[in-house]
Design a protein around this ligand. Structure first.
Ligand code: SIN
Ligand code: FE2
Length: 201
């Protein structure tokens, strides 16, 4: 199944972060979340999403009754903290990008959370890749096509895995079908954290 992902240009760095790097990253994410707490967004139609979100960087991605968009502040009015150096270092190492990320979206998946197939297309410069970092419980990542429909492939992303969606994969649909709640010991109360780094402007 991973063949489809490779064919479409998704690059997966398995076990990119070792356990101690994962633990430091969790600490860093916790510091961010103390400043800008996770919120449960609703879709523009008012349906609560199962994933809780926050962000670091110049912009965070938010969704509410007013639509979804990049916003310069948390819904509570606080400015997003800067993207931590540890996270920027991953981007520098794997992205091959010419620009720096302006958003580090923090997605938190609790038991039963999922994310439907979607494209990341709210960014202005689609020549820049998206980099995603997985921490905690494993998540079943599904990847489809640029157009809706057609064949899809899926792969379990484990704690410490990093995915680069650039080139042909940049506009491919992707999502998370489910997580294996409690499969990792990284987060004491379980759950999965996914960080996605993006250039926004
Ligand atoms: C996303 O597409 O925003 C998240 C992907 C993931 O959680 O692995
Ligand atoms: Fe996405």
């Amino acid at each position: 199944m991973t063949d489809i992902l490779q064919e479409r240009g998704f690059v997966i760095y398995r076990g990119y972060l070792d356990r101690s790097a994962q633990e430091s990253l969790v600490d860093v994410v916790r510091d961010v979340l103390e400043q800008v707490p996770l919120v449960q967004p609703v879709t523009p139609r008012g349906k609560p999403m199962s994933v809780r979100m926050s962000a670091a960087g110049e912009f965070g991605w938010v969704s509410d009754r007013g639509g979804y968009r990049y916003a310069p502040t948390h819904p509570n009015g606080t400015e997003w903290p800067p993207i931590p150096a540890e996270v920027l270092a991953i981007w520098q190492d794997v992205s091959g990008a010419t620009r720096r990320p302006e958003c580090c979206l923090i997605n938190w998946y609790g038991e039963g959370a999922r994310m439907g197939l979607h494209q990341d297309r709210d960014e202005a410069d689609l020549t820049q890749p998206v980099v995603s970092v997985s921490l905690g419980d494993s998540g079943l990542f599904r990847m489809g096509n640029v157009d809706r429909g057609g064949s899809t492939g899926s792969v379990w992303l484990d704690s410490g895995d990093v995915v680069v969606m650039g080139g042909a994969a940049r506009l491919c649909h992707h999502g998370v079908d489910r997580i294996r709640f409690g499969s990792s010991t990284l987060l004491p109360r379980g759950g999965r954290i996914n960080l996605t780094l993006r250039v926004v402007t």
